[in-house]
Design a protein. Structure first.
Length: 94
């Protein structure tokens, strides 16, 4: 899937033209950065990472975070592979 490319929170423009790029990484980053309620058109979209980052770094919280990431990515059609979250909350989505 392709979409407009973002640099941070700005749309990329090169030589006056909008830049189109593969969007999987970009969509995943937006899902992780968003919380439910951030998108007016789709109020249930978003992982709510802040809630998990401020929680104790226990296996229970890591499993809950992996579950919500999978649910959000599935809903967006991204079909994640293995989701690994280590004890310091570094996330690897395969």
């Amino acid at each position: 899937m392709n979409d407009l490319k973002f640099d941070g929170h700005d749309i990329s423009v090169v030589a006056g033209d909008l830049v189109i790029t593969a969007s999987r990484e970009q969509h995943t980053a937006l899902l992780l950065a968003s919380s439910p309620g951030h998108w007016r058109a789709s109020p249930v979209i978003g992982v709510g990472m802040q809630k998990y980052l401020n929680a104790p770094h226990t296996e229970r919280h890591r499993n809950a975070l992996a579950q919500i990431i999978r649910k959000q990515m599935d809903a967006d059609g991204l079909a994640p592979g293995i989701i690994e979250i280590d004890s310091t909350f570094n996330i690897n989505i395969g």
